[in-house]
Ligand binder design. Sequence first.
Ligand code: F6P
Length: 249
Amino acid sequence: PRTIWLTRHGESEYNVSGRIGGDPPLTPLGRRFALALSKFIGTFHPPPDESASTTITSTSIPPSSVTAPPPSSSFPRSTSLLPDDTFGGTDATTSRPRSPLSIWTSTLQRTIETVQHFSPTEYDLKRIKFLNEIYAGVCENMTYAEIEQTHPAEFKLRADAKLVYRYPGPGGESYVDVIERLRPIIIELERMQTNVLIVTHQVVLRTLLSYFIGVPLDDMPTLSVPLHTLYCLKPKPYGADLVKYRFNP
Ligand code: F6P
């Protein structure tokens, strides 16, 4: 069966300083995760001209937990958009075959840096704005302590109703808004039969994982999805098998 790999980006400078949103680069540790990720995924999905000779070797990401419950039906379905801002794909300058693994990132540099070791001549790489992190409006680039201090009423509203709370300011989003913009991504994931690696952000990962393993909507905003954890999903007619790998730096 085909595989959907899901992970957050490698550790960013904001993860270290406790700031949210923005467009920070990876830290040295985050860049080490990026390298380990490419090596690990490459053992499962080698570039085509290497597939004959590549053997699966042990890596620094050992497996942990197993099977997940059936999928939730809490997401309404519709048909509409597909990934935007494509690069890679069919390359007119070369007829070289690509690995049957698509790699999707957001358009933020921390996810793009996380896939920097996957060559665009060997893998089909796409940057998709819908995979960007929740936009925190006026709270972008702040720490939670700063938000609590400067916008105490907003901080309380979010603590009381995280799922529906929408950050104030132009473009500010709620979890429900993010779920809504991920609908076309989920539809494409259900439709496609090829393998895909999605490198994204905390809220997007919570949403996608919750859809596939059936986490109730109310639990989704607090679902634990740590950095440097790779989820391997194999969708089945009812439910999905889930294996989790942790980066061991
Ligand atoms: O802290 C990393 C981050 O991805 C932020 O950019 C984002 O605002 C936050 O996580 C979302 O998590 P929560 O909904 O728990 O605040």
